[in-house]
Design a protein around this ligand. Structure first.
Ligand SMILES: [Zn+2]
Ligand SMILES: [Zn+2]
Ligand SMILES: [Zn+2]
Length: 463
């Protein structure tokens, strides 16, 4: 895309975002103890620096590299535009911001109009200090990120795509990028990640499970102290704002993450003599009975809910018919894979145990939970990858929440955009009540939210 078209598109998006922040002060959520939070702003442009440095070669020679220039660019440069050297430093983040009040925060958003806005889950004595020691960590909310990216939803094969960055090759394909280009064997790709009802629904189901089963039921957290939001793109965030979790260190948060992801619930079914569940993690002998119990409990839960299981496995009908006998055996101490359950042998029990482990757990992006200095999107801000709002929802609202309708901000008027013809086009997608695309090499007049979405994805320019 020509630089002037990019600049014009960028400017328009920024003006629209600015208008949003200027007229929607009330939609922006101000986190508790805002004066103790670090804010991070992600900008539209990259700052690049070609550092002057001396590199020692293998033969011991010292070679000067880098020209010392710096500048701004729309895309992330791999080599210096001035001297062509690799190893450029690029950054679009500015961290260590602090705001004492709503007015100061909104004022900055209107003034600098960032692409995306984040704040720390942590509280700091001095959030604007540049080093962690000076910041003075004073605890952090417990946060979870559930992202369609981690869920391996089958729809990614349909709507995600990649193109080889080697301009002489330009090979394209669907799904996630391969390790090496099958055509030219280079390993650099431009990838396109899209969203649809299917993957967003999977993320939502995981979020509800995390909330209902783990946070409220297993951990007994007061629902009043849990905040939920749609991220504005591929998933959901859950923030536990209960002071009892604030002082958990990284290890404590890691244990919680392992518990949620069902770590250690892998098993093999021993088939010598009587069938037994044998945990396969690295465990000491004395730990085995307790873990076998956990696995059996997960199997009971799965079998109890077998009616909602959508798999077409051969054992499903046998389990449905003999549910009570199966659960009764698993409930014994030690748990038994009951011989009364006819036509289910070790192979099927193994498959059931595997499904049960998956059914038990939720898929979270672990580092978000375990990193006590992590920043998370500001609720009510706009997500620069889509133009959708980071939208707060209550647990009741979440059941029927529809991100591709309910987080739309720019809902009036139309916008004319030009989608250049290239290897990866815009796939078919839904926003609101209608379906759009596929587009490749056309000019389209579209509802504003739809046009903004494509522009934010970098797939088009304003006409
Ligand atoms: Zn340079
Ligand atoms: Zn290639
Ligand atoms: Zn999808």
């Amino acid at each position: 895309m020509a630089p002037d078209k990019r600049a014009r598109t960028r400017k328009l998006l920024q003006l629209m975002f600015q208008d949003y922040y200027r007229t929607n002060h009330d939609l922006v959520d101000i986190p508790e103890r805002v004066q103790n939070r670090e804010f991070g702003l992600e900008n539209w442009d990259y700052l690049w620096v070609c550092k002057q440095r001396i590199e020692v070669q293998e033969d011991g020679r010292e070679v000067r590299k880098g020209c010392g220039r710096s500048g701004r660019s729309f895309s992330e440069f791999q080599v210096c535009p001035n001297c062509g050297e690799k190893g450029l430093l690029t950054n679009r983040w500015s961290r260590h911001h602090g705001f004492r009040s709503r007015d100061m925060l909104i004022g900055e958003l209107v003034r600098s109009v960032p692409h995306s806005v984040y704040h720390s889950a942590a509280f700091y004595k001095v959030p604007v200090a540049r080093s962690m020691v000076e910041k003075g960590w004073e605890g952090a909310e417990l946060v979870f990120d559930i992202d369609a990216d981690h869920l391996d939803a089958p729809c990614a094969e349909k709507h995600d795509a990649w193109q080889c960055s080697n301009t002489e090759c330009g090979e394209t394909g669907t799904g996630a990028a391969p390790e090496k280009c099958p055509e030219c064997e280079e390993n650099s790709f431009r990838s396109l990640k899209w969203i649809c009802d299917e993957c967003l629904e999977a993320a939502k189901e995981n979020t509800m499970k995390l909330y209902d089963k783990f946070l409220v039921k297993h951990f007994g957290i007061d629902p009043e102290r849990i905040q939920l939001n749609y991220s504005g793109h591929r998933g959901y965030h859950v923030r536990v704002r209960d002071p009892s979790v604030f002082n958990l260190d990284s290890n404590g948060r890691m244990e919680i993450a392992h518990y949620l992801t069902g770590m250690g619930l892998n098993s093999t079914i021993e088939s010598k003599g009587r069938l037994r569940i044998r945990p396969t993690g690295e465990l000491k002998n004395w730990q085995l009975p307790a873990i076998a119990r956990k696995i059996a409990d997960a199997m009971i839960e799965f079998i109890d809910n077998i009616d909602s299981y959508e798999g077409k496995d051969k054992w499903v009908k046998h389990i449905v018919a003999q549910k009570e006998a199966a659960i009764e055996g698993l409930g014994k101490e030690p748990p038994m894979l009951s011989a009364k359950v006819m036509k289910v042998g070790p192979k099927y029990w193994q498959e059931i145990a595997n499904r049960a482990a998956a059914f038990y757990s939720v898929d979270i992006d672990q580092p978000v939970t375990t990193d006590i200095h992590r920043v998370i999107r500001l609720i009510g801000s706009l997500n620069g990858k889509t133009g959708f709002a980071v939208t707060e929802v209550t647990r009741d609202e979440l059941t029927d929440f529809n991100p591709l309708s309910d987080s739309i901000v720019f809902d009036e008027g139309t916008l004319k955009i030009s989608v250049p013809k290239r290897g990866i086009g815009v796939p078919e997608f839904r926003v609101g009540d209608s379906t759009y695309g596929p587009f490749n090499g056309t000019v389209e007049e579209l509802p504003k939210a739809v046009a903004v979405f494509i522009l934010c994805k970098g797939m088009a320019s304003v006409e």
